[in-house]
Design a protein around this ligand. Structure first.
Ligand SMILES: [Zn+2]
Length: 444
């Protein structure tokens, strides 16, 4: 089983159930419940249209895994009220040769020396003001949040181009020839009330609003600042920011590989922690990512870009756990609209599930060894054509299956390693970060 956190019901649950009974007897709540439906339990699900997954699939082209993962931690720089915080983000790609990973998986424990052997690409760390902190010269938290993010993605890097270049490459489809579409900001990020602002492919990383003259950055395309509240802080967007940065890093690596040697891409499997999707305010980023995936279609059948998002929590994982006993080993269950709306997410309609957030298809995979994974992968062509789907997912999923790590019961090796490397609770400690942040602020 790839997911382990089923046991350990919280002790509070029993007490809170008594309160629930009280709420359910309320006539208003009862009237609402009569008009609601919740997904059907998969307990009695016996007829599943699964695809048989070939056993002993050899990896033929994938030689390298690039896992992208990150973490964030909020540190107080003033604990007394009103408290002030900054949030540290640490993320990046971890590049691992498949043969080294296989050796590691055979060992019972992973030692620090083993970690040393694994090749690391540059990691990123970012400190963002998230509550009651303003940069000197900025009008408030939202302006400070924007400028910090702008400076971070545009900062020159010794061996590589800035992440901001990759962001513009995505926004304006740098891989495409011919005219490139502009990117529209529906409102001025400085909230001056002026009309929409169009960013063009040749717009510099920082320009000015024609109405108020305030700064307009490339990163304003993410519109994260719209959810940053001067009083409440930026807590509502930290998760969106982290997953956006992780996916920006994937695009950055793809762009770097394309600049080196396009065919190299087919040797790489990208693994992302979480689904291949952009949620909330950053959802419009889904479109260029989808177009990039479509663009990287191999010419002779095999897809050039292989990418898997592996989920560790959420409704789909909970469903997979409940379904496990009904799911034979060595199968793939494609999660199509009808199934998702019936068993996992209430709702429906004719729109494809996640059509405006996902750039991949979802399925549950149970390996021949028995572990269950919820995955997203970009699928070219007909999603209902079983041969087409199997041809694209077979090799990446066999790699996923081989990477199961015995030390981290519910994790893939590279994701576990990436977690270990970026784990802010281990190194450097939150305490050290908080002290560091306080000193930085005090020294101004
Ligand atoms: Zn303006």
């Amino acid at each position: 089983m790839a997911y382990a956190s089923r046991s350990g019901r919280k002790p509070m649950e029993r007490a809170s159930k008594i309160a629930h009974a009280h709420v359910i007897n309320d006539p208003g709540v009862r009237a609402l419940l009569e008009r609601c439906h919740v997904p059907t339990s998969p307990e009695d699900l016996t007829e599943l249209s699964v695809l048989d997954f070939p056993a002993d699939q050899d990896t033929q082209t994938i030689s390298t895994v690039i896992a992208v993962d990150g973490g964030s931690t909020e540190a107080f720089i003033r604990e007394e009220y009103p408290s002030a915080t900054v949030t540290f983000f640490n993320f990046g790609p971890l590049m691992l040769a498949l043969k080294d990973l296989r050796e590691l998986d055979a060992q019972e424990f992973i030692f620090p020396e083993d970690l040393q052997k694994l090749k690391k690409i540059e990691r990123f760390s970012l400190a963002m003001p998230t509550r009651n902190v303003a940069l000197l010269g900025e009008s408030g938290l939202a302006a400070s949040f924007r400028r910090t993010l702008h400076e971070f993605v545009e900062q020159p890097r010794s061996s590589d181009s800035p992440l901001g270049d990759t962001m513009r490459w995505l926004l304006f489809r740098g891989w495409r020839g011919g005219p490139k579409p502009p990117w529209t900001l529906p409102q001025c990020p400085n909230a001056c009330g002026g009309p929409a602002i169009e960013l063009e492919p040749d717009t510099p990383p920082q320009t000015a609003c024609p109405t108020c003259g305030g700064p307009v950055y490339t990163i304003d395309a993410l519109r994260l600042h719209e959810r940053v509240e001067e009083e409440q802080g930026a807590g509502a967007v930290t998760a969106y920011l982290l997953t956006t940065l992780e996916q920006l890093v994937i695009a950055h690596v793809i762009r770097s590989v394309l600049a080196l040697k396009k065919t190299l891409l087919s040797e790489i499997l990208f693994i992302k922690d979480g689904p291949l999707a952009f949620f909330g305010v950053v959802a419009p980023m889904r479109k260029p990512m989808q177009e990039l995936c479509d663009h990287l279609d191999g010419t002779n059948g095999a897809p050039l870009l292989r990418m898997v998002g592996v989920e560790k929590s959420g409704a789909f994982v909970e469903h997979a756990i409940a379904l496990e006993k009904n799911l034979p080993k060595g199968v793939v269950l494609p999660l199509r609209n009808e199934y998702i709306y019936r068993y996992i997410i209430p709702g429906g309609g004719t729109a494809e599930y996640g059509f405006n957030t996902y750039y991949g298809r979802k399925f549950i995979f149970r390996s021949h060894r028995g572990e269950v994974y919820v995955c997203t992968m970009p699928i070219r062509g007909d999603w209902t054509d079983e041969d087409n789907v199997l041809a694209q997912i077979a090799e990446p999923l066999s790699v996923i299956s081989a990477l199961r790590c015995s030390m981290y019961e519910n994790a893939l090796v590279p994701v576990a390693l990436a977690n270990k490397l970026v784990s802010l609770s281990d190194y450097p400690s939150t305490k050290i970060l908080a002290a560091f942040a306080r000193d930085e602020v005090a020294s101004r």
